[in-house]
Design a protein around this ligand. Structure first.
Ligand code: NAP
Length: 314
């Protein structure tokens, strides 16, 4: 095992992780950022971000994250692309991590591992994954298989409205399937989606099955109205699932206190139940879940880590 002990290791490279990197880098702590499989985090799957302060015209999600990464690197942060933490041992400091099969030691840890897409949990969803079933309109919407075809978006939040609106650029029509008769999305996003001629909302409905297993690609959905129990089918070439997220916290189970849904519990500020481990962003926030709140939490975690290290240096 290498004897080198990193002062600060940051798990995750979304808004929370990269802001924590910027602050700890400016504090000359030479943070190491382990990006995981999705450098830049979930924001890179969004098109235009209209509510990040300081960008009056909005900014592309990926561009925002690249800017933030470069800003952190300018002050000495080391961003390790694709590096994934497989195991953590938080029993004593320095903490022991296994990263891509290699050991790593960290004096402090900032967990900013974000959240992943929630799945419907259908067998047909699994079978047709990447064969018309997708969780990211910005990533997949422009694929030839979806061009000028009817598409389905599932969900009633900001993500579903944003994805449905975005997909109207390519699709012949977009069905927005929601399990209730009222959208959860913010007023501006909901109004924009519902005002779009190409979007047809389908209320009180859930997908019972995604069709197309014989053809080995999505051909439609079987819907069930949860008020009347009635079933019907819709033809479509793609199903875009936008029903929220689950925190990426499985590797910390049994070591960091979590709530029933797996969100890491914060104690005071960004502290966790383990001294030296701090947390920021979507992996510990089921209330706000915004880019700017994640960035703020990353800043707080960096300051908390820096203060702990400074107090131990004296
Ligand atoms: P969300 O707000 O949690 O909405 C999830 C939606 O999926 C809800 O409408 C929910 O229905 C539905 N749903 C959940 N589980 C389901 C299931 N098993 N089957 C069918 N439907 C299900 O998630 P989100 O839209 O991803 O947004 C997450 C956060 O990111 C929010 O804070 C949002 O404001 C933010 N966001 C912001 C932007 C932006 O500003 N550009 C873009 C995207 C997201 P119910 O309504 O019945 O619970």
């Amino acid at each position: 095992m290498s004897n080198e002990i990193e002062k600060v290791v940051i798990i995750g490279s979304g808004c929370a992780g990269l802001t924590a990197a910027l602050y700890t880098a400016r504090a000359q702590l030479k943070p190491v950022v382990l990006t995981g499989a999705m450098p830049g985090g979930l924001l890179t799957t969004t098109s235009i971000v209209e509510n990040f302060p300081g960008w009056p015209e909005g900014i592309d999600g990926t561009e925002l994250m690249i800017n933030l990464q470069q800003q952190a690197e300018r002050f000495g942060a080391e961003v390790r692309f694709g590096s994934t933490v497989e195991k953590v041992d938080l029993n004593e400091r320095p903490f022991k991590l296994t990263v891509d099969g290699e050991p790593m030691l960290a004096q402090t840890l900032i967990v900013a591992s974000g959240a992943g897409h929630r799945h419907l949990g259908l067998e047909s969803e699994k079978k047709l994954d990447k064969k018309g079933v997708t969780y990211c309109a910005t990533c997949d919407g422009a694929l030839p298989m979806f061009r000028d075809q009817p598409l389905v978006v599932v969900g009633g939040g900001d993500s579903a409205c944003e994805e449905a609106t975005y997909l109207t650029r390519f699709a012949s029509k977009v069905y927005l399937i929601h399990r209730r008769d009222e959208l959860r999305a913010s007023k501006v996003m909901a109004e924009r989606a519902l005002a779009n001629d190409k979007i047809e909302p389908v209320w009180d409905s859930e997908i019972a099955e995604i069709l197309g297993e014989v053809e080995d690609k999505v051909t439609g959905v079987r819907l069930k109205n949860n008020k009347t129990g009635e079933e019907n089918t819709l033809d479509c070439a793609g199903v875009f699932i936008a029903i929220g997220h689950v925190p990426n916290t499985q590797i910390f189970e049994g070591q960091l206190d979590q709530d029933d849904a797996g969100y890491i519990l914060r104690q005071e500020g960004s502290r966790t139940n383990v001294k030296g481990v701090f947390v920021a962003g979507d992996c510990s926030d089921k209330v706000y879940r915004q880019a700017i709140t994640a960035a703020g939490m990353g800043c707080a975690a960096a300051i908390d880590a820096e203060r702990l290290l400074a107090s131990e240096d004296q």
